[in-house]
Design a protein around this ligand. Structure first.
Ligand code: KIV
Length: 265
């Protein structure tokens, strides 16, 4: 099976084909998302909340990101794997950023990396590209900045903040990102940005006019609840798991499971 590359993603945008992206943190889920034909698998730092139970993404470490990216990469036969740069791994200096990115690619097997932020990241983006690694940008509600935003709040709602988002997206494109995540911004702002760029935008809570869409997989499966308006539930997995586990507990307690058909002679 042919692995998708940044060239395929750009070609999809040029042909007007929507790009699908989902988060994955482990091998089994990555294998299923890959088999379903998902184009991009993001080993998002949402792992800090979904997998590790933290209230924010801020505690995620580079080691966490590397370990989960390794597992996802083993399951991705055709999807392109994006390693997410956790908080603290790209804010100190460009040199340190490049060193961390190289670890995420060399040890974690990421094929591209994503980092949050605007024009302040342009220098790092260029240097990562110089190292031969494609970069995805991330603007809008960037969860690593929630303390600055005062919570998980929709961004770009005022004329000035929308103008700034457009400006930042253009600067990131100029620096060389191959794609841009737009999170929790008004759809009109996302559309304007999408129409203004020649690289694909991937929306999450940014309306239907982006070139692609991303969701946290456990959210759409009904396995975890961020409680965001933009999440469509395609399954109620938590309810199904609860039912199955309650039945297992009851059968064990009542001596129903295992019967002899599940036992060795
Ligand atoms: O970390 C993550 O999962 C993300 C997506 C929600 C875009 O950044």
């Amino acid at each position: 099976m042919k692995k998708k590359t940044v060239l395929d993603i750009l070609e999809m945008m040029e042909k007007g084909e929507k790009i699908t992206m989902l988060t994955a943190y482990d091998y089994v889920m990555a294998s299923i998302l890959d088999e379903a034909g998902t184009d991009l698998l993001l080993v998002g730092d949402t792992m800090g909340m979904v997998v590790h139970g933290n209230p924010t993404t801020l505690p995620v470490t580079l080691e966490d990101s590397i370990r989960h990216t390794q597992a996802v990469a083993r399951g991705a036969k055709q999807a392109m794997v994006i390693g997410d740069l956790p908080f603290g791994t790209f804010q100190v200096s460009v040199e340190e950023t490049v060193r961390n990115v190289i670890k995420l690619v060399k040890i974690g097997n990421a094929e591209t990396v994503k980092l949050e932020g605007g024009s302040e990241r342009c220098e790092a983006v260029k240097k990562i590209l110089d190292a031969g690694i494609p970069v995805m940008g991330h603007l809008g509600l960037t969860p690593q900045s929630i303390h600055k935003f005062g919570g998980f709040k929709v961004q770009g709602k005022t004329e000035e903040s929308a103008r700034l988002l457009l400006e930042e997206s253009k600067q990131l494109e100029k620096a060389g990102i191959f794609s841009l995540v737009l999170e929790a911004i008004p759809w009109k702002v996302a559309k304007k940005i999408t129409d203004s760029l020649s690289i694909p935008t991937i929306g999450i809570g940014a309306g239907p006019y982006c070139d692609g869409q991303v969701l946290v997989t456990y959210d759409l499966l009904g396995y975890f609840d961020f409680g965001a308006k933009f999440v469509k539930r395609y399954l109620n997995l938590k309810e199904q798991i609860l039912k199955a586990i309650q039945e297992y507990n009851r059968e064990v307690r009542e001596g129903i499971f295992p019967d002899l058909s599940y036992s060795y002679e």
